[in-house]
Design a protein around this ligand. Structure first.
Ligand code: ZN
Length: 130
C-alpha cells in the first residue's frame, strides 16, 4: 500500500472538518474511511497529501478547497495559521496547514483549531446580511 496511516491528530482533524455539512461532503466521508497519507510539503510544515484507496469510486462535487477551513491559534508565542482541505478530481487531495508568518507549522492539535464554514456554502446556517 502506498503512504502511511494517518496519525491520530491528522485523523481527528479530518473527521472534525468532515463533520460539517456542505455539498459533496458525504462522498468525502466515505473516502476518508480508508484514506492514507504522505508528506505533502518539504518546507517543514505538517501538510500531508491524502491518498484515497483506488477501490473507492465515489467522487465529491465539492469545490477545492472545501468550504470548511480551520483557524489555527498560535500557542506559546508561535504563529497562528490556517488549515484547508484540497480536493483533486473529486477526491481528498491534501490537508494543508499554512502559517500567517514565515515559520512553518506542524499539524495543530484539534484544540487549537476553530472551524469556519464559508457563508456561501450549501447548507450554511449563516445568512448574509442584505
Ligand atoms: Zn510546507
Amino acid at each position: 500500500m502506498v503512504g502511511r496511516e494517518l496519525s491520530g491528530v491528522e485523523r481527528r482533524l479530518l473527521s472534525e472538518l468532515l463533520a460539517h455539512d456542505f455539498s459533496g461532503v458525504v462522498a468525502l466521508r466515505e473516502q476518508a474511511v480508508a484514506v492514507r497519507a504522505r508528506a505533502g510539503c518539504t518546507c517543514g510544515c505538517g501538510t500531508i497529501d491524502l491518498i484515497v484507496d483506488e477501490r473507492v469510486t465515489v467522487l465529491s462535487e465539492a469545490e477545492s478547497p472545501v468550504p470548511v477551513s480551520g483557524e489555527v491559534s498560535g500557542i506559546d508565542g508561535t504563529a497562528g495559521g490556517g488549515l484547508i482541505l484540497l480536493l483533486e478530481d473529486g477526491r481528498l487531495g491534501a490537508l494543508e496547514i499554512y502559517s500567517y508568518e514565515d515559520e512553518p507549522l506542524p499539524m495543530p492539535e484539534p484544540a487549537q483549531v476553530t472551524w469556519v464554514l464559508a457563508a456561501d456554502a450549501d447548507g450554511a446556517e449563516l445568512t448574509a446580511d442584505g
